[in-house]
Design a protein around this ligand. Sequence first.
Ligand code: HEM
Length: 495
Amino acid sequence: MKSHEMIELINEFMRKYAKDDTLKVWLGPELNVLMANPKDVEVVLGTLRFNDKAGEYKALEPWLKEGLLVSREMKSHEMIELINEFMRKYAKDDTLKVWLGPELNVLMANPKDVEVVLGTLRFNDKAGEYKALEPWLKEGLLVSRGRKWHKRRKIITPAFHFKILDQFVDVFESGSRELLRNMEMDRLRQAKTGLNLYDWINLCTMDTICETAMGVSINAQTNADSEYVQAVKTISMVLHKRMFNIFYRFDWTYMLTPLARAEKRALNVLHEFTEKIIVQRREELIRCGNKEVDTFMFEGHDTTSSALVFFFYNIATHPEAQAKCFEEISSVMGQDNSTPVTYELLNKLHYVDLCIKETLRMFPSVPLLGRKVLEECEINGKLIPAGTNIGISPLFLGRREELFSEPNSFKPERFDVVTSAEKLNPYAYIPFSAGPRNCIGQKFAMLEIKAIVANVLRHYHIDFVGDTTEPPVLIGELILRTKDPLMFTLQEHVY
Ligand code: HEM
């Protein structure tokens, strides 16, 4: 939306909906009131009663630091709690309406509605938030629509065939060996304070996705300062900020920020790199092109590393589950730690599989999905106007008591074949989304997570450093993470 359109829209809304020159606008769960009556303005600005600044001012912080202008903020984890509370209080038929500026957003939490939205190709267009991804991913699979999406999906699907996945296991094996070297180095340095596994794991998944998708090694794990690795990190940070900070959302204000310049520099590095690779490896890559390589870079490494860190958190805080994983891994892989993991062996890790699934229920790497409704429609009796954004939250669904008993407890057994939670509720358990536009990398991701888990747990017993009585505070950005890093100590297994 252009800036002048915004002003015209506000004028129109003022004329149509304001009462006593006052317009109410829901922005997420926050009520915003636009006041246009000088008498009201006098009350607000004329005294110190209304001294707290609105959330939008947060974007000014990089320049103003702790200066006078900014004094109040709302943390993302508070946002998640607020959504939960609003859902409980205000949702009708498990559906919450939220006005975000002049756009209607509907958060759906009923698996029956989720099925209608995700189960067919009727709602194949992505919500406005995904626009921030376009400068990087262009028309890649994640953001493309219509026939273009369909064509690409068909071309790429064979790349995830199990015969091809089989070959990727070698890459997961060598990537996780490098990870072990970094972990061992860090363990010796920080034996007592604990180490932040996320950073090491993230470099590892970056290496594996590059090697599998592009056939080149970027050696992120041995060369974390390289231009490409830094550019991937910058762009992920930029995307998070653009999607979740209203100030960065509109192009006209965004273009003025230092963030936009950082994004441009990083994009140059990323696109130059992928183009160079494509030229070098024209033959093999000709079929999917650089857009998909970029899409895999984005979808394929932060998601997997987020899942892995939450997995280690869950088993570190549930020693009985860790012991069972260790026993299973030892009995399947044998006592010799140097035996490489293989596709067949990983497929035998049944209990580890349950723990990964349960982790993704509690901590889905993608906490929110969005679709755009192009034409007015009806979903299970609810009339949805054209232009509405539909939000579906795998995080919220996975924690609903009506769908999963004791939703905040880690209970891997609920995914066991007999009572499998995912089979009972295919549209309630949706960490990989569902339907025709689900995650194309699901099997790849599960296999990679298993390979890394198997190699790490064969070597180390993992303990969590920190308060185990309080759950970690979550930040619901594009990819789920925690407010503070999760810290662990490692003890070598003695056979
Ligand atoms: C634990 C790891 C992962 C999780 C939880 C995850 C989750 C998801 C979700 C929820 C979507 C749907 C997004 C939406 O509708 O907006 C998605 C789409 C996608 N994912 Fe994943 N993903 C993971 C790993 C991967 C990996 C490793 C790859 C590639 C190697 C990948 C490639 C893709 C692609 C290309 C799409 C777009 C598919 C389409 O629109 O047709 N993902 N993923």
